[in-house]
Design a binder for this molecule. Structure first.
Ligand code: GAP
Length: 429
């Protein structure tokens, strides 16, 4: 089996990612995250926020609305320019993006003849209120970035930040994607972690370079292998309508290199256009010199699912008959699992419950009393639990437990009162 198929099967088997609407035959390009998938995504988002918002005093977090005034999308250029060329096979009626085909005349599935490309907009439409007409038309946001631009003055007025400063947001974005079969790489809805970093126009290249470094460091921090990563600069033709320079961080998926994150120099495109369309002054006044100008922007844009997928692919390992997800402990859904050696010995179960209750005050901990220890290790390895803690007969005598390491399978004895600190130190290292 190919690696992607193995990871997809594991994700379903172990409650990480399920196909969307499965009992109704599914819905292309939608997935639901199970109990462990939601933990993984929460860990990614929480650590991103900690690093880039809580860890950077000049970056302010917001949480904007998915549905916004449609004038935003006129000003941002999305109504006019967020379009892709669509072709349909005259024989099997499957649809494709013409720009993603190697042969734009022939259906890649059945070899049938394709229609001429027709431009279609990637934004999902909806209607506000009881009538469905032009006046009630609204869109689901295709990027979180625009919430940030339309709140630029709010942040400046409330916090008077000196230059440079950033505004960050994590949230869902929606795109009418027609290319199917790419697991969670390309979905109709996904989560973005975006920062608009507002700067003076002079010296934008230096800021751009530093964010490029930040993206690379973050990708490695989450556990993606350095040798699978590369930067690729967009050609002029490929660049989005708002961008003056774009570099993608690409990951080598089993089918080849593909974008996981984007870094764009958007100039003053967005603030200038929103000022024009809204009639509001969106310039910035330097608190010291009084100088007034429209800031430029560098935008690192990261997908949560495009973080998770390479993490899963790179952490998947098969060793001596076991499957292991070698996730970094900080990102693993459970930090440890607690077992009583035997499920039918009341004193062992009672002591194990005590240890479980103590650890779960601080960490997300799994409990397992089914089957034998070997099976429990096997199950925890598959979901990436870094440590398994067994309460055995010695624990009752000397208050120590057996702690087994996921990657080395080495076991050591640790005192119950040192467990919490032990896990904390290991997770932080
Ligand atoms: N605000 C800039 C922007 O949205 P983008 O390159 O279109 O730029 C940024 O998207 C990131 O969002 C991508 O690098 C990827 O991580 C994620 N992304 C975009 N479309 C996606 C989709 N259909 N499914 C999953 N993630 C997606």
């Amino acid at each position: 089996m190919e690696l992607m198929d193995k990871v997809t099967a594991l994700a379903k088997r172990r409650g990480i990612i399920y196909p969307g609407s499965e009992i109704y035959g599914g819905l292309a390009n939608t997935y639901d995250f199970g109990p462990l998938g939601v933990e993984l995504k929460n860990n990614i988002k929480r650590l991103w926020w900690k690093r880039f918002v809580e860890g950077r005093p000049e970056i302010y977090g917001i949480d904007g609305s998915v549905i916004a005034n449609p004038k935003i999308w006129e000003a941002s250029g999305h109504i006019e320019s967020f379009v892709d060329p669509l072709v349909e096979c005259k024989a099997c009626h499957r649809r494709f993006r013409a720009d993603q085909l190697t042969d734009s005349k022939k259906c890649p599935d059945c070899g049938g003849e394709l229609t001429d490309p027709k431009m279609f907009n990637g934004m999902f439409k909806t209607y506000i209120g009881a009538t469905e007409d032009e006046g009630s038309l609204a869109y689901l946001r295709p990027e979180t970035a625009q919430n940030i631009f339309v709140n630029f003055s709010n942040i400046v007025n409330t916090f008077s930040p000196p230059m440079p400063f950033g505004i960050a947001q994590i949230g869902k974005a929606f795109r009418n994607e027609i290319t199917t079969g790419q697991f969670i790489f390309r979905t109709l809805e996904f989560e973005q972690m975006e920062i608009e970093y507002f700067i003076r126009a002079d010296g934008w290249e230096k800021v751009f370079d530093s964010w490029q470094e930040e993206l690379m460091n973050w990708a490695q921090f989450v556990g993606i292998k350095k040798e699978k990563l590369r930067f690729r600069e967009h050609s002029e033709k490929e660049r989005s309508h708002y961008s003056k320079k774009t570099v993608d961080l690409e990951y080598e998926f089993p089918g080849g290199f593909k974008e996981i994150y984007g870094l764009a120099y958007r100039g003053d495109y967005d603030l200038t256009n929103h000022a024009k369309h809204s009639g509001q002054d969106l310039s910035y006044r330097d608190p010291q010199s009084g100088e007034k100008f429209v800031p430029h922007v560098v935008e690192p844009s990261l997908g949560v699912e495009r973080t998770l997928l390479p993490m899963l692919l790179d952490s998947y390992a098969e060793e001596e008959g076991r499957v292991i997800l070698k996730l970094k402990p900080a990102f693993a859904p459970y930090k440890a699992a607690v077992f009583p050696l035997l499920a039918n010995k009341e004193d062992l179960v009672g002591k194990a419950r005590e240890v479980f209750e103590m650890l779960k005050q601080k960490f997300y901990i799994a409990w397992d009393a089914r089957g034998n220890i070997g099976k429990r290790y096997f199950a925890q390895d598959e979901i990436g639990t870094p440590w398994c803690i067994t309460i055995d007969f010695d624990t009752l005598k000397d208050e120590t437990v057996t702690l087994r390491d996921r990657d080395t399978t080495k076991q050591e004895r640790v005192s119950v009162d040192k467990l919490s600190q032990y896990l904390e130190n290991k997770i932080a290292s």
